[in-house]
Design a protein around this ligand. Structure first.
Ligand SMILES: [Fe+2]
Length: 453
């Protein structure tokens, strides 16, 4: 047995081993009666003990944690593994049948979304979504009613004006191509295009504007060396790669992309993008890593990622980069009603000291991008928090009027809680704190999924 210490299996990265169903959770403060729905969060939680020397954080089996809020009560907490065939077998259960893509059966571990009244656990790199039911039990792999050719992505962007999902998906079997899809509000693919990139890139996320889909063609590519070494996530930094950002017109094809060179770097997550008022270009806010999977091969840990504003002129000039914030941060989000439209506020998880995402105390950052200011909220010594999700108080409330939801882990108590803050007073008393019956390991993305009217 190896004695290697893998940071992604330690502390709050360590997996939990039980699936719980607990009702009527204790709440401190006052839960708004208007919050009726589920807060869902996905993340890696290997079902079997992995080999520490080779375990990559991105490849742990997905586990979705959910908290249902209803009429001022915290009705339940559930956590469930996503049942890929391997997970089902490990748990001694029958395999859920369904359309797996190209043998890429994977317990989607990166994001969980509500769409068309359904719930999907999603991931990148070739695997299809897994559909879950309201109580987070796995239904099976899903190809959107036979309309999705290949795998999907962990980061579709929902156009708030149409309710459609825009996605850029990649898969090593497609060579240098990615697939750009639009899924309609009924969860069926209505448009699918292949676009050729500069290499077999790992495209974690995208951004949209009202005119464009953003293509991040950056130097993390499929690596045969990594395959030869037995890497479970075979993507590595490629020195000398021609880094660029493409603008694909929403209705365009591969020949219509306008490429803009950018300094080599990696971006997991844009915060948002929008068309520059009165011009042909766009504004693209991103969290920029100076490199990725160049020296640290088990997870995203190569120095402090910074918040940047990129200007693309739409005509192919190099990207104009403007630093917004030097502090290390990740998991940028905006009010979902501003996706593809100008936003004033953005939220991110900041990290103290080294800027390393792993093992340090984290704080919530609320950026006012119009005034160029930010507010910081700490959750106590050593506490770590998850991505913050903005929920508007009402459908037409403004960008300040709502709540921020985030999961907070306190190493002192060893527990986790769902914190609900007032978005216009992030440093003030929490609106409510829902205490959870077990630790929620550090993970990736989550969303508030309101009940359907
Ligand atoms: Fe992500």
């Amino acid at each position: 047995m190896s004695t290697t210490i893998n940071p992604y299996l330690q502390g709050n990265f360590a997996p939990v081993h039980e699936e719980l169903t607990v009702t009527e959770l204790p709440v401190r403060g006052h839960l708004p009666e208007a919050l009726n729905g589920r807060y869902l969060r996905n993340g890696p939680n290997p079902v079997s003990v992995p080999e520490p020397a080779s375990y990559h954080w991105f490849t742990g089996d997905g586990m979705v944690h959910g908290i249902r809020l209803c009429a001022g009560r915290a009705e339940w907490y559930r956590n469930r593994w996503v049942r890929s065939a391997e997970v089902a077998r490990a748990l001694g259960e029958p395999v859920r049948p369904g359309p797996v893509h190209a043998g890429m059966d994977f317990a989607a571990n990166t994001n969980v979304i509500g769409h068309a009244g359904r719930t999907f656990a999603i991931v990148e790199a070739g695997a299809r979504p897994y559909e879950l039911n309201e109580e987070l039990d796995t239904i099976g792999p899903c190809d959107f009613g036979g309309t999705l050719d290949g795998g999907y992505t962990a980061h579709p962007k929902r156009d708030p004006l149409t309710g459609e999902l825009y996605a850029v998906s990649y898969f090593f079997g497609w060579g240098d191509d990615v697939e750009v899809t639009i899924v309609d509000a009924q969860a069926r693919v209505r448009s699918s295009r292949r676009v050729t990139m500069g290499g077999a890139v790992s495209v974690h996320d995208t951004a949209i504007t009202q005119r464009h889909i953003v293509l991040l063609d950056l130097p993390v590519t499929f690596s045969m060396d990594a395959i030869a070494e037995g890497a479970s996530f075979p993507y590595r930094w490629q020195e000398g790669y021609h880094a660029r950002v493409g603008l694909l017109p929403r209705d365009g094809d591969s020949t219509d992309v306008v490429w803009h060179d950018v300094e080599p770097c990696y971006v997991f997550h844009p915060m948002n993008a929008y068309d520059e008022p009165g011009g042909d270009g766009i504004v693209l806010d991103v969290v920029r890593h100076s490199s990725m999977f160049r020296t640290q091969l088990l997870g995203p840990s190569e120095g402090a990622p910074t918040l940047e504003r990129w200007h693309l002129d739409g005509h192919g000039s190099a990207v104009k980069e403007e630093r917004i914030d030097d502090r290390g941060q990740e998991f940028p989000r905006v009010d979902e009603r501003r996706v593809g439209l100008p936003h004033r506020y953005g939220y991110a998880v900041g990290v103290r000291e080294s800027g390393d995402i792993v093992g340090t105390e984290s704080v919530l950052l609320r950026h006012d991008l119009e005034r160029g200011t930010s507010e910081v909220r700490s959750f106590g010594s050593g506490a770590s928090l998850g991505e913050a999700v903005f929920v508007p108080r009402t459908a037409d409330a403004d960008e300040t009027d709502g709540w921020l939801m985030t999961l907070v882990h306190s190493p002192e108590s060893g527990t986790s809680a769902l914190h609900i803050l007032n978005a216009d007073d992030v440093d003030g008393d929490a609106q409510a704190v829902v205490e959870l019956p077990q630790r929620v390991p550090a993970g990736f993305h989550g969303n508030w999924v309101p009940d359907r009217a």
